[in-house]
Design a protein around this ligand. Structure first.
Ligand code: FES
Ligand code: FE2
Length: 400
């Protein structure tokens, strides 16, 4: 996806529509060795839900166009190693987890969580010392497993703070979205779409009363975005570099009436340049006691209904193929279906050079400017920005 570099939000006031210029740098690729790939690998990346990998289990994952094996040791600790055994390249997830080690299914070589080969049943003693599998720092936060794929020491963990008022954290369904991650990350900066994309079904009606005026500013840790309404109130949303949006959103259908609107920490994780994951912890403020019990009961019912329904991405694909009328489609996770259809429907990895960005795209314009500057510095071998841990006192607001 070739993406245009755009003027700042301030310049957005000058003219309502501007034609994008083609850039020679690919903002969307996160393949290893590309500027975007090097940029992303400076950060902790969410790769899976904690609840989806039990102790003693291993599974293959594909992240930023590379394959890995993710496993959870008997101690409960999550580990991430290269997908293939360094002996003759059997897939590591096929093997056995033993304690916190993983043993290859092909000839039994065993590796510890740091990647050291600790056993080779059919080899001479001493050979194991010369063999390693690459292991990546791995930790857990907000119900997700996070991995650091970069060189050297990882940045501080956890990568960002969360609201610590009494509440419940649920991790919503993982979505496999068939397009580049940047399309969805940018969509999360585009508050104006809410009034149109989510009009059918009415899930976001309160956010659609008047159209917000969007502004955005770069911070030490990413980007702060405001959606100001005619009332004078502003909805503040946070975009943590490189791919997380922290925002307050409407409750899922059937979940209103218990607790406030959930605050989500939405990770858009690249699988490769044409696919990404939605990994989505949600913090809902509910006091302990009867209110929390009521919330949990509703949540369990919602999960059951969702499990019995069509997969969001399948329905979104059918919308893209014209099999349904967009305005008529209903689903327990309708906003998810709508967003996937609109994002993936643009194409797998879009050439943005022909877009016409306006003032409502101020968030997207600002992020592309940051991203293109950083990727250019990386491409030129120059020092890029030293990102700082986000402070705990900057939080999203609802804005109405
Ligand atoms: S390929 Fe893994 S032990 Fe031989
Ligand atoms: Fe949306």
């Amino acid at each position: 996806m070739n993406i245009s570099s755009k003027p700042s939000a301030a310049a957005a006031k000058a003219e309502p529509v501007r034609k994008a210029k083609k850039l020679d740098i690919d903002l969307a690729s996160t393949k290893p060795g590309t500027p975007g790939g090097i940029f992303m690998r400076q950060f902790w990346i969410a790769v899976a839900r904690s609840q989806d990998i039990g102790a003693g289990k291993a599974k293959p994952i594909r992240i930023m166009s590379e394959e890995f094996a993710l496993y959870r040791g008997a101690s409960g600790k999550a580990h991430c190693v290269d997908a293939r055994c360094p002996h003759r390249f059997a897939q590591m997830h096929l093997g056995w987890v033993e304690g916190d080690d993983i043993r290859c299914v092909y000839h039994g070589w065993k590796f510890d969580g740091s990647g050291r080969c600790v056993e080779q049943p059919a080899e001479e003693p001493g050979f194991a010392r010369k063999v390693k599998i690459k292991a990546y720092p791995c930790d857990e936060y907000l119900g997700l497993i996070w991995v650091y794929f970069g060189e050297g020491q990882p940045p501080a963990f956890p990568p960002f703070p969360h609201r610590d008022t009494p509440g419940v954290i649920d991790v919503w369904n993982v979505e496999h979205v068939p397009c580049n991650y940047l399309q969805s990350f940018e969509n999360s900066m585009d508050e104006v779409h809410v009034a149109f994309t989510h009009a059918p079904g009415g899930s976001h009606a309160k956010l659609s009363l008047d159209l917000p005026l969007i502004s955005a500013e770069e911070t030490d840790w990413g980007m702060l975005r405001l959606g100001k309404r005619k009332t004078g109130l502003a909805r503040q949303s946070l975009h943590y570099a490189p791919n997380v949006t922290r925002v307050i959103v409407p409750p899922q259908p059937g979940m209103d009436g218990v607790g406030g609107w959930p605050e989500i920490y939405f990770s858009f994780t690249p699988v490769d340049d044409e696919n990404h994951l939605w990994l989505l912890p949600a913090h809902t403020q509910v006091a302990e006691g009867p209110e929390r019990d009521a919330y949990k009961a509703k949540r369990a019912q919602f999960e059951k209904t969702l499990a019995e329904s069509r997969k969001s991405v399948e329905l979104a694909r059918e919308l893209m193929q014209g099999k349904h009328n967009y305005a008529d489609v209903r689903h327990p996770d309708l906003a998810v279906v709508q967003d996937i259809a609109v994002q993936a429907g643009q194409g797998r990895n879009v050439d943005r050079s022909r877009e016409h960005l306006g003032r409502s795209d101020a968030g997207i314009i600002a992020w592309r400017k940051i991203l293109s500057r950083e990727l250019r510095l990386i491409a030129e071998g120059k020092p890029s920005k030293r990102w700082k841990p986000p402070p705990a006192d900057i939080k999203p607001t609802l804005g109405f």
